[in-house]
Design a protein around this ligand. Structure first.
Ligand code: CP
Length: 316
């Protein structure tokens, strides 16, 4: 936990280290409540600025709907329409926005910019994806498994197949926090940064989980309780498209991989997917896919995250 009175940010999934299990339970409760028609308006009168340097379908929409549900208001800000796009500094932008809103959601190209915004802001900054991590995505992913496994992660095997990107970085750290055994099948050139692997290994040691790598997708998938993949070409990697599509041939979640996993395996993908590349239509639309509930869970996870980071509401 942060020292009393200190501002908290959510830049890495590890920033939720002491809250993660309670956050998953709260997300689940909010999902159940919403199904009964209770939208949990616990943060009335609060305001959220959302700066998106990159496109988004799920993250932007789920944060905006989450703020509506909580009784607050979200403002979508595109840098091309802000003075940020004309040279105003990130620090000055953070300082000004902090006087209007209660928290800032930021999807950035560069992690360094995420850190700069957080340093300049006097309100919490929440990472909505950068080139290092995608923590809010992983809260929704863990929620999807939490709900299917009755809240018990110990002893479960998760296999990731594909690119060692920002999603895997956060997945690795999140899996380590909750004690999962994660094996990632990745071409060696595309493995996550060594410092993050080291951090995940230390967290896994403390939680009873483990972090392993292989170059053989079938080895990772064998007996797995969950399979996870993501695109081979992330936003910002477009210049490497041809090389990546060659390097990742065979790193696909398909019927053979599902057959090698545990019979009750769940398949995850954070979306958007490139059908026929990292995952087949058959698996995406098949009975073991938890992908659509995973996407729905973005909303419930965002609500619990916002409730944690926003101040108590101010009824009008
Ligand atoms: N998974 C995810 O972050 O989706 P969007 O890019 O649509 O927000």
């Amino acid at each position: 936990m942060s020292p009393a009175g200190a501002k908290r940010n959510l830049l890495s999934i590890v920033d939720l280290e002491h809250d993660l299990l309670a956050l998953l339970q709260r997300s689940h409760e909010m999902k159940q409540a919403r199904r009964r028609g209770d939208r949990s308006p616990t943060r009335p009168g609060t305001n959220l600025a959302m700066i998106f340097e990159k496109p988004s379908t799920r993250t932007r929409t789920s944060f905006e709907v989450a703020m509506n549900d909580l009784g607050g208001h979200a403002l979508y800000l595109s840098p091309k329409d802000m003075q940020l796009g004309r040279g105003e500094t990130i620090g000055d932008t953070a300082r000004v926005l902090s006087q209007y809103v209660d928290a800032i959601v930021y999807r950035a190209f560069r992690h360094a910019d995420e850190v700069a915004l957080a340093a300049g802001a006097s309100v919490p900054v929440i990472n909505a994806l950068d080139d290092r991590e995608h923590p809010c995505q992983i809260v929704a992913d863990l929620l999807t498994l939490y709900e299917r496994w009755d809240g018990k992660f110990a002893g479960r095997k998760l296999a990731y197949v594909g690119d060692g990107n920002n999603v895997l970085n956060s997945l690795m750290l999140g899996a380590a926090l909750v004690g999962l055994h994660l094996t990632s099948a990745i071409p060696s050139k595309y493995r996550p940064p060594a410092d993050l692997v080291k951090q995940a290994e230390l967290l896994a040691k403390a939680s009873g989980g483990s972090i392993q790598f292989t170059e053989r997708p079938l080895d990772a998938a064998r007996g797995a309780d969950a399979l996870y993949t993501d695109v081979w070409v992330s936003m910002g990697d477009e210049a490497e498209k041809d090389a990546r599509e060659t390097a990742f041939q065979g790193y696909q979640i398909n019927a053979d991989l599902v057959a090698a996993a545990h019979p009750d395996v769940w398949v995850l993908h954070d979306l958007p997917a490139h059908r026929g590349m990292e995952i087949t239509d058959e698996v995406m639309d098949g009975p073991r896919a938890a992908i659509w509930d995973q996407a729905q869970n973005r909303l419930h996870a965002q609500k619990a995250i916002l409730e944690l980071f926003l101040p108590p509401g101010r009824p009008g």
